[in-house]
Structures are given as C-alpha cells and as structure tokens.
Design a protein around this ligand. Structure first.
Ligand code: NAG
Ligand code: NAG
Ligand code: NAG
Ligand code: NAG
Ligand code: NAG
Ligand code: NAG
Ligand code: NAG
Length: 762
C-alpha cells in the first residue's frame, strides 16, 4: 500500500500522523483535487454554511502546516462547506481529524436539487480518533462507509459534518475532495455457502489464477466461477466458486495464492451437521402485510424491498392537520409546529400504492391539531425558567422545570393548535382521493399526557381511550365503508396492561388488564353498533432489554431476544423477567407476545386480527439489527401475525433494508404459504430456520446468529435442483448478494457465520 500526503512535508515533527483508516488510499494529491481547507481559512470558492458552531479556522494548538480548524458544534449543529460550483464526479473526500471520537454524521449534499447522500457515521469509519494527533479519513464516493452505496453523479456542492445530540468538538485539517482513489486489489472474504459453493468477495482487479481450495487436506477442483456486482453497492463484487466436491465437516482452506494484505489463507472449520425437516403439509397463508415499514421514503423503495404495507404514523401524526398539512412534534422536539414531511397524507397513500404497498393511515383522535407551521406551546418568554430550550429557537421551551416537573400553569392549547373532532376526521377521510386500507385510531394515546402534554395534560384512562376508539372507528367506517380499523396502538409492555392513571384505573375495571378489557369492550361495541369497530388489535412492540452497549454480549442478546415474540419458555432478559408481577397475566415474566395476544383475542374478541404497527431491532445500522430483522420476519410468518411495520425509515442498502430485500426484494418473494420446520436441535438463541411454499416451489430462509461459526444442516424434504440464492452478512458484509446454484445434495447445507440466506426453488 503506498500513499503520501502533501502536508507531511510541512507537518511539525512532533505530530505523528496516524495511518490511513481502511484499505484504500488516495492517490498523490493532484492538480484537479479540490482543496476545501488547508490553512487559516476556507479555500477560495468555498463558503461557510455552518450553523450553531464555534469555528476557528486558524487554530494553532494542533495543526498540520500553519493551522487547523477547531470546530465546537452544539447539539445537531454542523460544520458545513459549500462550493461555488459543483463536484459532480469526484472519487472521494479526505480529511485529517482529531478529537475524542467526535460524534459526527457526514453527508454530501446538493443545494441545487436537495439530494443528500446516505448518512456516513464517523464511527463507521474509525473508532479510534484521538484528541492529540490527527487521523486521516478517506471516504470513497463509490463505497460510502456504513451503507456501501455509491454516491453517484449529482450536482454535489456541499459537505456537512453534523454533531449528535451532545454536539461535537474537534480539530479538522487538510480537507480535500479527491479526484481519484487507488483501490488495492484484495480478496476480502471467502465463505462456504450451501452444498458446494464458496462466496468470495473482492475489491479492485483481483486475479483468481493463483486461487486454490482444499478440504480436509485434499485439493478440490473449482468447476464454475460466476461473478456478481450487487445493486446499490458496486464497489465490491462477489464471485461464486462451485466446487466439484461437496462440503463435509472438517477444515476448508481457501488459499488466495497471493499476499492479499496479510490474509493469504481463509481457514474455515466446517461444523457437525444438524438435522431439519420441512413439512409443507402443515401450512397456512403468510400475510404480505407482515413485511411493512413506517414512512417508506419513495415508491421505488417500496417496490425494491417489496414492502407489503406502509404506515403513516408516529408521535407527530397525533397533531396532523390535513387542512394545511401542519403537525406538531410534541415532546419529541419542544412541542413545535412544523409543516408535515411528507406533507399530504392523500398523496402519500398514492405514493405507497404506486410502489405496490397497501396503506395504514393513522387518524388524529384527540381534540386538537396543529394550527400552523411555526407556533409552539411553551415560549420561554411566557413561561420562564424551563429546563431546556430548542438550540435552534431559544424561545421554544420543553415545558418542564429543571426538576423534571411540567410547568405548573395549565398550557393554552390554542397557542399551537386548532380544534379537531370526529366530524372533521370523517370529512377528511371522505374527501381522500386515495383510500387507505387500514386506519388506526391515533398513536399511543395512552401516553399522550407525556408525549402531547400541551394538548392533553390529563392522563387518559381506560374509558376515555375506549370512547376515542369507538368514536373514531364509527367516523372512519361511515366515511369509508370498506376500511379496516386498527387500535389502540399501545406503546409497550407496561401499557398493554394498565393506563397512565395507574392501578386505581385497573381496580375501577374489576382489576382486568387494559388490553383484554379493551378487547371485551370492543366485542360489546360490535353488539351495540351492529358492526365490527375493531378489525386489528394493534400494538407497538419494543423490547424491554437494553442492547445499546452494542458489545459482543449485547449483540448476542439482540439476536436471541426475538424469542420474546413467540417462545412461551423464554424468560425476558429485562425488568419484565425479574420485577414483581405488574399485571394479571399468566407467566408474566415470559412475554411470548404473539401466542399471548392470540389467546387474549380468542378469549375476549375472537376473529380480531393482530397487528404490530411499530417494532424495532434496536440497531438500524448494525449487522446484528439486520439479522434480528430477518429472524423476526420469519417469525411473523410462522406465527400468523396479520400485519407488522418496522419503526423508522431505514436505508435500503443498510442491514434492515437487506432483511426486507432478502424476503421480498425486486419481485422475488418468500412463499405465500408457510411450511412447518422441525429442527432436531432448535437452538433459537443462535439460529432461525423458516420455510414455505408457493405454487409448488419451496423457499427457505436460514439465519446464523453465531458471530464466528458456520452452521450446517441436512434438510430432509428439500427438493434437489436449481435454486435462486440471496444472502447478506458475515465476512461478505452488507450487500445484496445473489446467484443461482444447483443443489445436488441436501446432506450438508452450510450457512456462514452472522449470515442470513434465502433459497428459492427455481
Ligand atoms: C462560519 O459559520 C459559523 C456558523 O454560522 C460562524 O459561527 C463562524 O463565525 C463562521 N466562520 C467564519 C470564519 O466565517
Ligand atoms: C464547546 O462549547 C461548549 C458550550 O459553549 C463548552 O461548554 C465546551 O467547553 C466547548 N468545548 C471545547 C472543547 O471547547
Ligand atoms: C486451520 O484452522 C484449524 C482450526 O483452528 C487449525 O487446526 C489449522 O492448523 C489451521 N490451518 C491452517 C493452514 O492455518
Ligand atoms: C397445505 O396444507 C393442506 C392441508 O394439510 C394441504 O392439503 C396442502 O397440500 C398443503 N400445501 C402444500 C403446498 O403442501
Ligand atoms: C418542581 O418544582 C415545582 C416548582 O417549584 C414544584 O411545584 C414541584 O412540586 C417540583 N417537583 C418535584 C418533583 O419536586
Ligand atoms: C364519543 O362520542 C360520544 C357520543 O357522541 C360523546 O358523548 C363522547 O363525548 C365522545 N367521547 C370522546 C372521548 O370524544
Ligand atoms: C456457472 O454457473 C452459473 C450460475 O449458476 C450458470 O449460469 C452458468 O451456466 C455456469 N457455467 C457453466 C459452464 O456451467
């Protein structure tokens, strides 16, 4: 690897420059590189579009050359530089940075058309940025860190380094948009897959002529090589080698025959086989609506990932005013009004339908909606002494005193809101050009006294919540006779069983837990109104265990806690598993969410469907989040969930996007019917196996949750023959890898470590 920096010559001797991060190197600085910053000021042609930041472009406490820029950004603020002109086709961005691992998200933007690159987290490039010496960072525009996506051509003219919730303080120097990047040819990974395939990922112009494979000491011939460049992440490619020998337990040595960055040999231990049988005769329909998301970014996104249902929902939707398209962020952001984004629910339904998705529209059901795009409920000028104010608007307070209590004055709803009622909801729904398939009665209103404290300061009790559901459902069904109604979209485990009023409310209802009580009341409402007013019991599901540490233990927990959804023996690894009973449920330390709600429905209101309109893996940008999501999508199918929507708009090429792609990408879908899977060694902590059939063709998804060990199965009832295969994860990383393979034996099918694989019979 050869690389050099212009700045090195000028660098003071005491300043050691740490090695370039990653496997790439920028070529020698060239005349056509665009310097953004070298010393004392932004280079000619660059404008300072920063905000909320103290910036010294001539800092001399740490520097290369004569000075560096010292940036101190408050929460969500940024260093931002804008070129007078564009850099449409450059290779990358290079800069030197020093700080205590500053929390920065970098984006490349176009001020002409508003295009923005995927978020590039500095932490996804390096975790070892230190305050007293510079680390050089190189972002390859053909392989953006984190997503692996290509930036692609565009009218790029702006670069933003944005701090996180706690801001960011750092020195930055030698910022250059580089014209070319030298990619060192490398074999990045080589992993056994299926019966006799090795997936080899590469960068640059590698040469396979020196490549050899041996299995348990015997040389193995390669009978076919097929290469593939994935959609969206073209900087790496995969080459599938078909061996003319089937895998067996033992040692697989894959020798690149070249030095290969110090990694000449990939040495894989092939494990003992496990037995699994697939039983297509035990089956039921899988609802396409389990493959749903909240707020997909475009109809193309919906189409690419095969999104079955899309939800317009979340905290801000409670205040959505369709007359003007305003909303209010509530407690998520200083109770401020804004223009909704996307603005128009009607156009949004059309957008998701165009991509092939059905729609799930949340209808505001409290008594107020945002009156404009700029008001806010707690002006500091009216309510002095609040704990916090918006860093971008010092007059907008958070409504709380420094001791955490809400301000004592009753808020005036008319400051930010205009009245709303079910007649207005009915008029709105009636007038929609694009009819939603399902409407939901608001969003988590059981906690409105916190999330929308300005609008509804009194805790909502059992009776009020029921009345709002009944009233909104009557209005919606009057406006749209075919619409299905979902409610009450309760936020999490605690509030499934009680209200914000507390146990006096349970006591006032014969000590019946909230959701079972609610179901029984909706059964009565059907009798009273001579029609079903609740089609889907809708809950939000958020794990109570905390995996935010994201270390090895947290990742393993993240991957096994999917058992909370289905496994009646899994004791939750959170307060739910240890605290005294806070409800009247059987086995209260074992969530077994889906079986539990099926039972509660059967007892209290048979025929009601079950939807989970928010769920999340706790790790949208980590591979384990993607493996978790792939496991959950398999579970939803197997456990007969009727609809489910991932919370958050995730990157199409990121780990969660890949889980959806695995099951549904580009028109190749997992089966319409499930099939029973019997594992001799179930091991749900470390593996998931899901099967189904469609028009006589078998599909299979296997998720290996082990970080470092392949797993292997003998799969009885898997027909031999041709299969379409997709996978992501493991050493191969996050990309839409796929190929066609021939399964000539079902005796030993291998899935690499930390990998999810999809097989579909051709
Ligand atoms: C750059 O912009 C920031 C944020 O507006 C400002 O604080 C700073 O003084 C500006 N620096 C220069 C040199 O213009
Ligand atoms: C950054 O600014 C904040 C707020 O003004 C200040 O408390 C902090 O000390 C500054 N950090 C550095 C490293 O100068
Ligand atoms: C491959 O790994 C196995 C198991 O760790 C080890 O016994 C063997 O020596 C390794 N072989 C090579 C060539 O590195
Ligand atoms: C699904 O189950 C039914 C009932 O057992 C059976 O008749 C049907 O053949 C099964 N479908 C497949 C694809 O095996
Ligand atoms: C916080 O301070 C307010 C005003 O002094 C007071 O009314 C309230 O009881 C306090 N809350 C707590 C939790 O101490
Ligand atoms: C629900 O509708 C009934 C009948 O119109 C009305 O009396 C009641 O106040 C409404 N409840 C709520 C919470 O809006
Ligand atoms: C190699 O495998 C690919 C992918 O399955 C297939 O399309 C191609 O025909 C095979 N080539 C030979 C020579 O068998």
């Amino acid at each position: 690897m050869s690389w050099s920096f212009d700045s090195q010559a000028k660098m003071p001797a005491f300043l050691a420059l740490l090695p370039l991060v990653g496997l790439l190197s920028a070529s020698q600085s060239r005349a056509d590189d665009i310097v953004i910053y070298a010393d004392n000021a932004l280079a000619a042609g660059w404008e300072n579009w920063s905000w909320g930041s103290d910036i010294n472009f001539a800092a001399t406490d740490l520097f290369e050359g004569t000075s560096s820029a010292f940036i101190n950004s408050s929460a969500w603020s940024a260093l931002s530089t804008k070129l007078e002109g564009t850099f449409p086709n450059y290779a990358g961005l290079k800069f030197d940075i020093a700080g205590s691992q500053p929390d920065l998200t970098i984006t490349i933007q176009s001020s002409t058309d508003g295009a923005v690159s995927p978020n590039i987290l500095l932490s996804s490039i390096s975790n070892t940025i230190t305050p007293n010496a510079f680390t050089t960072v190189l972002i390859d525009f053909s392989n953006l860190p984190g997503s692996g996506a290509a930036l692609g051509p565009g009218t790029w003219d702006r670069i933003v380094w944005q701090g996180g919730a706690n801001g960011a303080a750092y020195h930055i120097d030698n910022i250059v948009v580089v014209q070319s990047i030298v990619v060192t040819p490398l074999f990045l990974s080589a992993e056994p897959l299926a019966a006799n395939t090795i997936a080899v990922t590469t960068q640059g112009a590698v040469d396979f002529s020196t490549f050899t494979v041996s299995l348990n000491g015997k040389a193995v011939k390669i009978s076919n090589t097929t290469s593939y460049v994935p959609v969206g992440t073209p900087s790496k490619s995969v080459t599938y080698l078909t061996l003319n020998t089937l895998f067996v337990p033992g040692t697989l040595l894959i020798n690149t025959g070249v030095e290969n960055g110090g990694n000449q040999v990939f040495n894989v231990t092939l494990p003992a086989v496990q037995y699994v049988s697939i039983v297509p005769g035990v089956n039921y329909t899988i609802s396409p609506a389990i493959y749903g998301v909240n707020f997909p970014s475009s109809s193309q996104y919906v189409q690419d990932l095969g999104i079955g249902i899309s939800r317009w929902g979340g905290n801000a939707v409670t205040a959505y005013n369709p007359n003007g398209h305003f909303t209010n962020a509530g407690n998520d952001w200083y109770f401020e009004n804004r223009v909704a984004d996307p603005p128009d629910a009607d156009a949004w339904v059309n957008m998701v339908n165009t991509g092939g998705s059905s729609s799930f529209l949340v209808v505001p059901s409290l008594d107020w909606v945002a009156k404009d795009g700029s008001s806010y409920s707690y002006p500091a000028s009216v309510y002095p002494g609040q704990a916090k104010t918006d860093p971008f608007n010092s007059d907008a307070g958070n409504g709380q005193l420094p001791n955490g209590s809400w301000i004592t004055t009753t808020p005036s709803q008319t400051r930010a809101y205009t009245p709303w009622n079910t007649d207005m909801a009915k008029t709105w729904l009636q007038g929609l050009a694009n009819k939603p398939d399902i409407i939901a009665v608001d969003n988590e209103i059981e906690i409105a006294a916190s999330t929308h404290q300005d609008m509804h300061p009194d805790p909502i009790n059992y009776d009020e919540e029921l009345a709002r559901v009944v009233n909104t459902s009557l209005a919606a069904k009057a406006a749209l006779p075919n619409v299905k109604v979902a409610a009450p979209s309760t936020c999490a485990w605690w509030f499934y069983w009680t209200s914000m009023v507390g146990y006096t409310d349970n006591a006032a209802h014969n000590n019946i837990d909230f959701l079972p009580w609610f179901l029984a009341q909706m059964a009565t409402a059907e009798k009273n109104h001579k029609k079903r007013l609740l089609d889907y019991l809708d809950i939000h599901f958020y794990y109570q265990a905390d995996t935010s540490a994201n270390d090895a233990a947290a990742k393993a927990l993240r991957l096994r806690m999917t058992r909370a959804l289905w496994d009646t023996t899994y004791v939750d690894e959170s307060w739910v598993g240890v605290e005294p009973q806070q409800n009247h449920q059987w086995n209260p330390t074992r969530m077994s969410v889906i079986p539990r709600f099926r039972t509660l429905i059967d007892i209290n209101y048979p025929g009601t469907k079950l939807s989970i309109s928010e769920w999340n893996s706790q790790a949208d940008t980590d591979l384990t989040g993607g493996l978790h999501a792939a496991d959950v999508l398999g579970i939803f199918g197997r456990e007969k969930v009727d609809a489910a929507m991932y919370w958050g708009t995730v990157d199409e090429n990121g780990p969660i996007g890949l889980a959806f792609w695995l099951y549904r990408g580009f028109g190749t879908t997992f089966a319409a019917n499930s099939a029973q899977v019997n594992l001799a060694t179930p091991l749900p902590d470390t593996q998931g196996v899901y099967a189904g059939t469609e028009k006589g063709k078998l599909t299979l998804v296997i998720i290996n949750k082990n970080p470092d060990k392949p797993i292997a199965f003998q799969v009885s009832n898997l027909p031999k023959g041709k299969y379409f295969l997709r996978h992501f994860g493991g050493q191969a990383g996050l990309a839409k890898w796929q190929t066609n393979i021939a399964v000539t034996s079902i005796d030993y099918i291998v899935v690499p470590a930390y990998t999810a694989v999809f097989f579909k019979q051709s």
